[in-house]
Write a protein that binds this ligand. Sequence first.
Ligand SMILES: NC(=O)c1ccc[n+]([C@@H]2O[C@H](COP(=O)([O-])OP(=O)(O)OC[C@H]3O[C@@H](n4cnc5c(N)ncnc54)[C@H](OP(=O)(O)O)[C@@H]3O)[C@@H](O)[C@H]2O)c1
Length: 261
Amino acid sequence: MKPLAIKNSWVLVTGASTGLGRASALRLAASYQAKPLIVGRRLDNLRELQTEIDERFNVPCEIIVADQREIEGREKIAAKVAELQVTAALLVAGMTSVGSFDAGRADTYAEVIETNILGFTDLLARLIAIFREQPFESSVIAVSSLAGETSVPFQAVYGASKAYVSTLMRALSVELAGTGVSVGSFAPGGIDTDMAALSDLKWGRLGLMDVDRCAARAVRALVYRQSFAIPGMGNQLTYLASRVLPRSLVNRIAALPYRRP
Ligand SMILES: NC(=O)c1ccc[n+]([C@@H]2O[C@H](COP(=O)([O-])OP(=O)(O)OC[C@H]3O[C@@H](n4cnc5c(N)ncnc54)[C@H](OP(=O)(O)O)[C@@H]3O)[C@@H](O)[C@H]2O)c1
């Protein structure tokens, strides 16, 4: 598919206060001169990113402080997207919970499901409705995870929520064909961010992908309107292996990086 022209256009990036979202906003400004519309709950982080984008790249950047779990937050995002005539959206916001399933608490699981599934779905529907009305083409990439392509013992609810994201985006990429709105999912393995640090992995940062490298691939998937992308050869091989090996074996291998509580 023809790459989307995003130079001087507004691009929505959720989850921009840290990690992959932050690095993607920087990449959009640095390599494409696209104007990031950045979202998160932590205003200080977003202000710092806005200043960095201005000072390093002289590119406009706007902030939305919003909680994806709250309807008011999603309404605020959608209103700004319509006002600025945003061309593309990189939906990065997400959260995890780590540990034995039965040791988890209802409120933690609710938070993961409300952020990664419920809030995400409503926001996505609002964005697609806006994009379909605009007289130009647009692109949406939702960040899922390799965890959504296999299963993830000790991060089970998170993995299940990312499987939801992948399946949804796959269906929508067909449903929206020919509308001018392209959608897809981006499935990284471990990335060297706060979230991976939270996951308390047995081998520490070993094998985690550099966040800037991952962001470059995510932005590329957005611009090239890919329906599914996995960054990095190692992750691609892992994905292929997970498709051919017996499921029971794949599930056991997926548990290896975690310290057993
Ligand atoms: N790190 C990994 O190993 C890895 C691997 C595969 C996929 N991923 C996916 O990559 C994405 C980015 O993760 P990351 O590694 O960059 O983690 P991160 O640094 O923890 O970033 C998560 C971002 O999501 C935002 N967020 C969380 N809950 C939110 C809410 N309710 N409303 C609005 N924003 C919210 C956070 O901002 P505020 O707290 O300021 O709201 C933050 O900017 C996630 O979707 C994650 O599932 C990560």
